[in-house]
Design a binder for this molecule. Structure first.
Ligand SMILES: Cc1cc2nc3c(=O)[nH]c(=O)nc-3n(C[C@H](O)[C@H](O)[C@H](O)COP(=O)(O)O)c2cc1C
Length: 177
């Protein structure tokens, strides 16, 4: 697998919106970020760790996490599939971002894990549009991984091979004035 290097000073963040801390979803997000960037992510936001402050406005821990994500160059946004879509927990976190501006100039990679093939289109049909609504740049399709096989089925690696160069070019591209 060969991808161009990230520009110096780029920051890579993983967001995992799973009510279960330290989940396979988080692990898959970290693996994807590492495969894309060649290094472990600079930041990992396990949304569940932000706690009850997510249910209102103005919590300093939540604000800091929002700021970390919004100032990142590349963000893997990962969720398990719940009822054919992303989790409510991920949504309450992303509700803290400003519409059309909150993820401005952030290259986003939608990632979802699921138990079976029925909802393989969920990252593309539900999560990618949500990230675009927040102003994120989503140059590659959403990635769907099976929860029991993602570590060694080759799907993640094939995605990085196909889409890694386009994602890293998007990080490097100058923002139009
Ligand atoms: C409330 C709930 C709803 C779920 N709904 C779906 C679903 O609609 N489609 C699916 O493929 N898997 C579904 N699953 C399975 C999870 O997506 C799967 O267990 C998860 O991706 C595993 O990741 P984790 O180990 O990080 O939690 C559901 C699981 C739970 C707990």
């Amino acid at each position: 697998m060969s991808t161009p290097p990230l520009p110096a000073g780029s920051t890579v963040t993983v967001v995992a919106g799973n009510p279960k801390p330290g989940s396979r979803t988080l692990d898959a997000g970290v693996r994807l970020a590492q495969a894309l960037a060649g290094d472990p992510p600079d930041h990992v936001v396990d949304v569940v760790d932000l706690g009850p402050g997510l249910l209102g406005w103005g919590d300093p821990g939540v604000a800091a996490a929002v700021s970390t994500v919004a100032s990142s160059s590349l963000v893997v946004v990962a969720s398990p599939t719940f009822k054919a879509t992303y989790t409510g927990l991920l949504k309450v976190f992303l509700d803290q971002f400003e519409t059309a501006e909150g993820l401005r100039d952030v290259v986003c990679v939608p990632l979802m894990l699921g138990a079976g093939p029925a909802h393989a289109m969920a990252p593309e049909a539900s999560l990618r549009p949500l990230l675009a609504e927040l102003g994120g740049t989503c140059p590659a399709p959403g990635l769907y991984l099976r929860d029991t096989t993602y570590a060694d089925d080759g799907v993640l690696e094939a995605y990085v091979e196909r889409w890694g160069p386009a994602l890293l070019r998007a990080v490097a591209a100058p923002v139009p004035a």
